[in-house]
Design a protein around this ligand. Structure first.
Ligand code: FES
Ligand code: FES
Length: 161
């Protein structure tokens, strides 16, 4: 719980939906997304910009939302892992990471998907090295990364075809 009791009225736009909120000004974005907005796909791991579990897109750019103030996100487009899904249809990245066995405990997966999505938005044919660099801000303790890289490669091929 924050010690700062000053409240700021603001509106956050998350996955295309506007959420009017009254927040303490020192609240980080990841906590607000999980608690006030109610989207718990975004995870909080290290809370110190190290693990990438809290990665979301801000105007299409990946950021560690644990280290970003919610008030700074006002007026920007925030995309969380919940925003990847299209109705009942999983995003190709979600389908392919499951198919490749790239999800074990799953804690890193939402952040990993957001970094992969940002990578594929700027580069539709990434090399393996480019994928590994694109995901270098996301730590995974379970998979050894190879299956996640395979999933991103498969998604790139699928999206190009
Ligand atoms: S929880 Fe944000 S980088 Fe680890
Ligand atoms: S699947 Fe467990 S940390 Fe990545």
């Amino acid at each position: 719980m924050s010690e700062n009791t000053e409240l700021e009225n603001l509106e956050l736009k998350v996955n295309g939906v506007s959420y009017p909120l009254a927040l303490e000004i020192d609240r980080n974005l990841s906590g607000v997304l999980r608690t006030e907005v109610g989207l718990t796909g975004t995870k909080e791991g290290c809370d110190d910009c190290e693990c990438g579990a809290c990665m979301v897109l801000l105007d299409g750019q990946p950021i560690n939302s644990c280290s970003y103030l919610a008030v700074q996100a006002q007026g920007r487009d925030i995309t969380t892992v919940e925003g990847l899904i299209d109705g009942d249809e999983l995003h190709p990245l979600q389908r392919n990471i499951l198919a490749a066995g790239g999800v074990q405990c799953g804690f890193c997966t939402p952040g990993m998907l957001m970094s992969a999505q940002a990578l594929l938005e700027r580069n539709d044919s990434p090399t393996e090295d480019e994928i590994r660099i694109g995901l270098s801000g996301n730590l995974c303790r379970c998979t050894g990364y190879a299956k996640i890289v395979t999933a991103v490669q498969a998604t790139a091929v699928e999206l190009r075809s």
